[in-house]
Design a protein around this ligand. Structure first.
Ligand SMILES: NC(=O)c1ccc[n+]([C@@H]2O[C@H](COP(=O)([O-])OP(=O)(O)OC[C@H]3O[C@@H](n4cnc5c(N)ncnc54)[C@H](OP(=O)(O)O)[C@@H]3O)[C@@H](O)[C@H]2O)c1
Length: 286
């Protein structure tokens, strides 16, 4: 049985490969892929098969997915307007290779959410349906690391900035999402499922700031800005304009409840409570 993971040169993909290895299957049955396999040489050294797969290059996908039984399709990064075509090429290649299951990392409430990002995920989910693919959709909420990575700046300025109002986000760690993906790839009964995956304890960004204050012993507030001002603050801090626009748009979605889920799907798949914000902040501070 071989399981192909796209985006294994990235953070979620690598964590998923690690989770698959921990689950005990032979390393040689895992195929870790990325645009440049140099960054995953350490996985090759541990017996994982590494192959080049570029969503822009169908021949690379055909070669990378040959012989695969299951595929974890980790959504591509920005530019966002190339994403759907990338995903469709990967799905086409997986079907040609005859995979029995495509697991796709989508986004919370992708069927109804109005954000730019959710639009590309919804279209990918629709393409899976159109192609009649045997698929399982992993609708991941935000990463906790989106916030813990901001801790140094928040400490410097005494504030987290956002445009999410009082919306609650069901953020979870990449490692928890990766473990769920590994469970779905190594156990039966997931075909056709749509999992809404998120942390057990949703929080507002004001609660994020309060928890970060408690964890650091330093007062940190949440400053809620209009989306335009938040976009400007991000670009002013060096975030590329397209990403800044997407982040502000996503915060508006967060404010509408589009990154909130209380299904408990993540906890059920990984068989334990999800990592809390306080624990993730403590780990980041270490
Ligand atoms: N839920 C969230 O909060 C959140 C936040 C950010 C992103 N995301 C989404 O989740 C995905 C995984 O997150 P992450 O943190 O692991 O991101 P990441 O560390 O940036 O990794 C992205 C992976 O996608 C690969 N990739 C991008 N474009 C590709 C292409 N054209 N062909 C083949 N591979 C390509 C990258 O390969 P290279 O090494 O070749 O670049 C990398 O391995 C992201 O790509 C994005 O779609 C979710």
């Amino acid at each position: 049985m071989s399981i192909v993971v796209t985006g294994a040169t990235g953070q979620l993909g690598r964590l998923t490969v690690e989770a698959l290895l921990r689950r005990g299957g032979p390393a040689a049955d895992i195929v870790a892929t990325g645009r440049d396999t140099a960054g995953i040489k350490d996985l090759a050294d541990r017996g994982v098969v590494t192959r080049r797969a570029d969503f822009a290059d169908p021949d690379s996908l055909a070669a990378a997915f040959a012989g695969a039984e299951k595929l974890l399709l980790i959504s591509a990064s920005i530019p966002v307007d190339e994403r759907l075509a990338h995903h469709c090429r990967a799905i086409d290649a997986a079907l040609t290779a005859g995979v029995s299951l495509i697991a796709y990392t989508s986004m919370t409430r992708a069927d109804t959410a109005r954000t730019i990002l959710a639009g590309t995920h919804r279209a990918t989910e629709e393409y899976l349906r159109e192609r009649d693919a045997h698929a399982v959709v992993l609708r991941n909420s935000w990463y906790l690391e989106n916030y813990t990575d901001q801790l140094p700046l928040a400490l410097q300025h005494g504030t987290f900035l956002g445009a999410a109002g009082g919306g609650r986000v069901s953020a979870a760690t990449r490692a928890d999402y990766a473990e769920a993906a590994a469970v779905v790839l190594t156990t039966e009964g997931h075909t056709g499922a749509f999992y809404e995956l998120g942390g057990d304890q949703a929080f507002t960004l004001a609660e994020l700031a309060a928890t970060a204050s408690a964890a650091t012993g330093t007062p940190i507030a949440y400053s809620d800005l209009p989306a335009g001002a938040f976009t400007q603050a991000l670009t002013g801090a060096g975030v590329p304009p397209e990403l800044a626009r997407i982040l502000a748009d996503s915060d508006l979605g967060l404010g509408r409840g589009e990154l909130f889920t209380d299904t408990g799907d993540l906890r059920r798949l990984i068989g334990r409570p999800t990592t809390t914000l306080a624990d993730a902040l403590a780990a980041a501070l270490r």
